[in-house]
Design a binder for this molecule. Structure first.
Ligand SMILES: Cc1cc2nc3c(=O)[nH]c(=O)nc-3n(C[C@H](O)[C@H](O)[C@H](O)COP(=O)(O)OP(=O)(O)OC[C@H]3O[C@@H](n4cnc5c(N)ncnc54)[C@H](O)[C@@H]3O)c2cc1C
Ligand code: FES
Ligand code: FES
Length: 488
């Protein structure tokens, strides 16, 4: 077992043993390393001012992702290649092509947000040398600017690959060298850090994780920390024992079989996007509206399920798709339908020593349709007021033969709309049938009423989704231009 974390900050090794498990990467960068180019705006993953690039070893190669360093814990940088805005400047002091493009497009005013934009654009620059406007907007969803306006920033993004050859060559060399250096760390070795009364464990196998769960049932498990990070930075909670799941390779598994898609619990939204969208094309819009690029790179689907939130975006879609969950502990595995996992507000069917291991999502069969819609006040970086997901099968006559419908934001848990399903099944797909199913929603739900949306609004907008579904099935254009899509 290793008692320190090792990673590369630019081209330099860092080997840290005295790490408070609750220290964020941002605090360490600014207060210890004095890398003050990385800014703190919100400290909750919303504004992107703290964005850094984190390269993670995957099958011997580094995969770079944009990360909100305000909620990324320092201890989880083990075996990573960390790049901050200071690393982009060329050795001769000249600006990187991305920075130059921002200057030339007048894409900065007070400048506070700019390092974050630079780093989000750097992630995009690595992934896609000539992104279209929609791709640029997706890459910048997690960055807020209060003074410049986004048009010049998007213009800079379009120009960022011009005259960037020197930067690409330098980056390729840095990446190769970092891969060679990081490959010298034994990836199978678990890490434990102690600091005063606090402990951080990073197991590398399921067996080690089982044993830790048994020994420390009180420990806080976490994966992407896009929820847990806020418990630290906003709720100031002390979490004396932390168990990080990100080092367990078996939990990052993606298996695509003929009948189903299986995702390990710590597969991030970013990694799940391609297989999910290939299997369920309608998932694209939903996934692209979860947080911003940083949250999608950090946050996991397992975390979205395990947190049990009534307004998490994945559970309604996954319940409609009839997904099953595998829970694991040292006692063995337990499989259940995802809808049965959510027992009541804040209560899931999970014993103290169990954790979410994986998720199995059956593929859509011939003749089945899947649709999922998120309704939120803003299009980007917003939590759902209501999220509705529908899986329907129609027979040769066009009548509805089967229906699974689930909603988030309508009850204390993500939940199926069984009365609405019953109102559809066996009926022709007419306006009257869908109106009856919408009306039946009042039997299924007494929606929650809070500052995000009133109960009446939630009911109304959820019922409207049935009309949207009917029109969609009839082939009518139901998608608004992307910018207006948030309001369904
Ligand atoms: C800026 C921002 C925007 C967001 N936008 C959205 C959004 O649009 N839609 C949405 O649904 N959510 C959103 N979220 C919430 C969050 O990103 C998701 O819920 C995410 O999927 C949580 O995953 P995680 O790995 O980060 O969870 P963590 O924070 O690591 O953990 C969350 C909870 O799950 C538990 N847990 C995690 N993994 C497991 C496991 N395998 N087994 C058992 N327990 C586990 C942890 O103990 C903790 O209780 C947003 C968050 C932020 C900060
Ligand atoms: S400081 Fe706002 S996202 Fe990190
Ligand atoms: S330039 Fe001032 S916040 Fe963006």
């Amino acid at each position: 077992m290793r008692r320190s974390i090792r990673f590369l900050l630019g081209e330099e090794w860092r080997d840290l043993s005295d790490v408070d498990p609750l220290t964020t990467a941002l605090d360490w960068l600014r207060t210890v390393e004095r890398r003050t180019g990385t800014k703190e705006g919100c400290a909750e993953g919303d504004c992107g001012a703290c964005t850094i690039l984190v390269g993670r070893m995957q099958a011997g190669r580094l995969v770079y992702e944009p990360v909100d360093s305000c909620i990324r814990l320092l201890a989880t940088l083990d075996r990573c290649h960390v790049l901050t805005v200071e690393h982009l400047r060329r050795p001769d002091g000249r600006l990187h092509a991305i920075q130059r493009a921002l200057v030339e497009a007048h894409a900065t005013q007070c400048g506070f947000c700019t390092p974050g934009f630079v780093m989000s654009l750097a992630a995009l620059w690595l992934d896609d040398p000539s992104p279209d406007e929609a791709t640029i907007e997706r890459a910048l969803q997690g960055n807020l600017c209060r003074c410049t306006g986004y048009a010049p920033i998007v213009a800079a993004a379009r120009a960022m690959s011009e005259d960037d050859e020197a930067d690409r060559l330098r980056f390729a060399r840095m990446r190769r060298e970092a891969e060679d250096k990081l490959a010298t760390i034994d990836a199978s070795e678990p890490v434990t850090l102690r600091h005063g009364a606090r402990v951080f464990h990073a197991p590398t196998t399921l067996e080690q994780l089982d044993a830790l769960r048994l020994a420390h049932p009180e420990a806080t498990l976490f994966a992407g920390a896009t929820d847990v990070g806020l418990w630290i930075t906003k709720q100031m909670r002390d979490l004396p024992t932390l168990v990080w799941l990100g080092g367990v390779e078996a939990l990052r598994r993606i298996d695509e079989t003929a009948g189903a898609l299986e995702l390990g619990a710590t597969v991030s939204y970013r990694d799940a996007r391609a297989p999910l969208v290939a299997a369920f094309p309608d998932m694209a819009e939903l996934l692209d509206r979860i947080g911003g690029a940083q949250v999608r790179a950090m946050g996991t689907i397992g975390g979205n399920i395990a947190n049990g939130s009534p307004i998490g975006d994945m559970p309604p879609a996954l319940i409609a798709l009839d997904a099953t969950l595998v829970l694991r502990s040292q006692r063995g595995r337990r499989q259940m339908s995802l809808e049965d996992f959510f027992v009541a507000y804040g209560k899931q069917d999970r014993a103290g020593d169990e954790y979410v291991e994986s998720l199995r999502i059956p593929r859509i069969a011939e003749g089945e349709t899947f649709r999922a819609w998120k309704i939120s006040k803003r299009r980007d970086e917003d939590i759902s007021s209501v999220c509705g997901a529908f899986k329907l099968r129609r027979d040769a006559t066009g009548a509805v033969a089967a229906a699974r419908i689930a909603f988030g934001g309508m009850a204390a848990t993500p939940k199926r709309a069984r009365a609405s399903e019953a109102a559809l099944i066996g009926r022709p797909a007419t306006r009257e049938t869908f109106a009856a199913a919408a009306a039946a929603l009042a039997t299924d739900f007494a929606p929650i009423d809070d500052w995000r949306a009133s109960a009446a609004y939630r009911m109304r907008v959820a019922q409207n989704l049935f009309e949207r579904l009917r029109l969609d099935l009839a082939g009518a254009p139901t998608r608004l231009p992307a910018r207006e899509a948030a309001h369904g």
